[in-house]
Design a binder for this molecule. Structure first.
Ligand code: PHE
Length: 334
């Protein structure tokens, strides 16, 4: 029987070494140590051995059993270790997350770049304005009907969230005098609904150019060059009369629809034209309110909505997308 045990031991060693997975190991455990397993068979045969041999063989058998148990236990933890970190080396790595500008910032930067190229500087004004800067200095007295265009957010009687960037015209002329040439980007506020095409908060870019010989022809030339810079050389522009209290004459500029090339489509409402900005020659009363002689100086001014430019340029159908920070939208503009 001792011979047999030796052979069994060798058999156990090879089998345990060769096992590849936890299921195979469990099979072997049952075969060797189970109730009807080989070790128990040997124990049963122990009773039939001569009495003198029993203690010796019994001891060997017990040692063998203990050894098989511990080998199985260590094989089990080995197999587990091999199994846990299954690394898929073909997976792409995780990139560090790098942010990028909102499409609105891209468009504002592009507009700034164009006007800086024409010699304009960039100026800023406060978002909380007084009635004087937002209205009166811009030739909009109290009860003037055009105040209705600017249904505004008031903070008490005197202060309001600015309803346009035009007050920056006044502030900069006061601070720096004339001649002056600048654009002023920034947020403005109006009581309005919040839907696909309206927002109570949006970005405007104001432009002002004042000198002794500024003509309407320059206004047209500069704004046409601006439109071509943003929307491409093939874009055409159209000016038509309008009204703003702070410019005279006043105009609005449209561009030929860059989506359908002016043939008419859903974006331009089949008209072939898209209105993109208001403009005009600075009204003499505006110069007077900052102590500048309107007989010596003229200027042109314009104001545009940055969202509108971005929506036309990138064919974006809903103004709310700019503010919602949905990566599925923003990531299209890296
Ligand atoms: N401030 C005007 C508006 O918000 C735009 C404008 C600016 C028009 C400058 C003419 C000159 O609608």
């Amino acid at each position: 029987m001792l011979e047999e045990l030796k052979r069994f031991e060798a058999e156990v060693d090879t089998a345990l070494k060769g096992v590849k997975d936890p299921e195979g190991l469990e099979q072997l455990r049952l075969r060797f140590l189970g109730r009807k397993g080989r070790i128990n068979e040997f124990f049963k045969r122990l009773g039939r051995l001569p009495v003198e041999e029993r203690p010796k063989v019994g001891k060997i058998l017990n040692q063998l059993k203990a050894r098989i148990e511990s080998t199985i236990a260590s094989r089990r933890s080995e197999l587990k270790e091999q199994e846990v970190p299954r690394i898929d080396l073909t997976l792409p790595g995780r990139m560090g997350w790098v942010g990028h500008p909102n499409p609105l910032s891209l468009v504002i930067d592009e507009i700034i770049d164009f006007f800086v190229g024409l010699g304009f500087t960039v100026e800023f004004g406060p978002e909380i304005e007084t009635d004087w800067y937002n209205f009166e200095a811009l030739n909009i007295p109290p009860y003037h009907p055009s105040r209705e265009m600017f249904s505004s957010f008031y903070l008490g009687d005197e202060l309001l969230l600015r309803s346009h960037t035009s007050p920056v015209q006044i502030r900069v002329m006061e601070r720096k005098g004339v001649p002056i040439r600048f654009i002023a980007p920034g947020p403005v506020y109006r009581v309005d609904k919040f839907d696909a095409t309206h927002s109570p908060f949006f970005y405007q870019i104001e432009g002002l150019y004042v000198d002794q010989e500024v003509s309407f022809a320059e206004l047209k030339g500069d704004l046409e060059a601006f439109a071509k810079h943003i929307f491409g050389e093939s874009v055409r522009v159209r000016f038509f009369p309008s009204y703003f209290p702070f410019t005279e004459p006043s105009a609005e500029m449209s561009i030929s629809c860059p989506i359908c090339q002016g043939k008419g489509c859903r974006v331009c409402g089949d008209s072939g034209w898209l209105e993109i900005l208001g403009c005009g020659m600075v009204h003499p009363n505006v110069f007077k309110s900052v102590g500048i002689d309107p007989d010596r100086y003229q200027g042109y001014a314009f104001g545009l909505g940055a969202e509108r430019i971005a929506m036309i340029k990138y064919i974006i159908g809903d103004i709310r997308l700019f503010y919602e920070n949905d990566f599925r939208f923003l990531d299209q503009f890296r």
